[in-house]
Design a binder for this molecule. Sequence first.
Ligand code: AKB
Length: 313
Amino acid sequence: MTKILITGAGGQLGSELTDALVSKYGSDAVIASDINEQARSLFPGAIFETLDVTDHLAMKALLEKHQISQIYHLAAILSATAEKKPLLAWQINMDSLLSILELAREKKLEKVYWPSSIAVFGPNSPRTHTPQNCIQEPQTAYGISKQAGERWCNYYFQKYGVDVRSLRYPGLIGYKSLPGGGTTDYAVDIYHHAVRKTPFTCFLKEDTALPMMYMPDAIRATMELMDAPKERIKIRSSYNISSLSFTPKEIFRSILMHNPKFEITYCPDFRQEIADGWPQSIDDSDAVADWGWKPAYDLPRMTQDMLANLTLK
Ligand code: AKB
C-alpha cells in the first residue's frame, strides 16, 4: 500500500501538495510532517507528525512507524533567508536530502520527490529561455545547495536505483499560505496588499523579469511527474519547468485591471542581486517531451483567481 511522508508540509508548497495527495490517496495514506507543531492545525483529519529533518534517527523511526513507501521532501530554507544564514541553509537543505536518499536506498522506497529551483542557474547562464543543460554557477547559498542536491539525486539513481524525481520550480504563487523567505515572494505579497487595499512596496526593480508559476500548475506538474512511468523520466537531476514570466510592473498592471486605485513603489534591497543572477524565462522542452508537461494559467487568469480567493479568505 502507498504510504507517503511529506516533510515541510506546513510550507507554501507543502500545505497545498498535502491536500492534493490526501485527495488522491486518502487521509490514511498521507503523513504530513513539519518542524513546526502549529502546522498540525492545517491538516485536520490527516495524520501529522512533528519532525526535524536534520534528525536522521527520528526520520528513520517515522518511516518505520508508518511503513512509508514514498517521501516528498519539501522542507528547505529559501533563497533570501539562506543568504542571511548560509551554513544553516546548507545543513537543512543538504544534510536532510542526503539522509532521505540514504534511507530510500536502505529501505528500498518506491519513490522520492525533491524540489529543486531556478536558483541552480547563475549570472553566467543564458538569461532567457534558459536551457536544461547549460553553464550553472549559482551565486547564492540556496542555489549552491540545490545544485549539489541535484547531483546527489542523480548519483543515488545511477548508483543505487533510487527512483528520485525532481522539478526546478520557478517562483510559486498561491493564496493558501503566506510567503516564506524567497526572492520571488513579492509576487505573493503584492496580491495580499491589493486585497487589503494597502499600497505595496516592492523589493525588486519594476523591470526585473523572473519565471513564475501559479500553484495549481505546480501541484499538477508535481503529481504528473510522480505518476509518470519510470522509463519516461530521463532526467534524474531535476527538470526545467516553465509557465509564466513577468516583471513587478506587469503583475502590478494586471492587478490594476481589478483594482484601479492600487499603488506600488519600488525599493530594491539585497534580493535584487539574487534576482539579477537568475533566469528570466525557462526552456522546459524536456519536461514537455518526456512526460507531457503543459501549463494552464497565464498572468491575467492567475491574477483573477488570486484576487477572488484572497477576497473570500
Ligand atoms: C525563492 O525565491 O527562493 C524560491 C525559488 C525560486 O526557489 N521561490
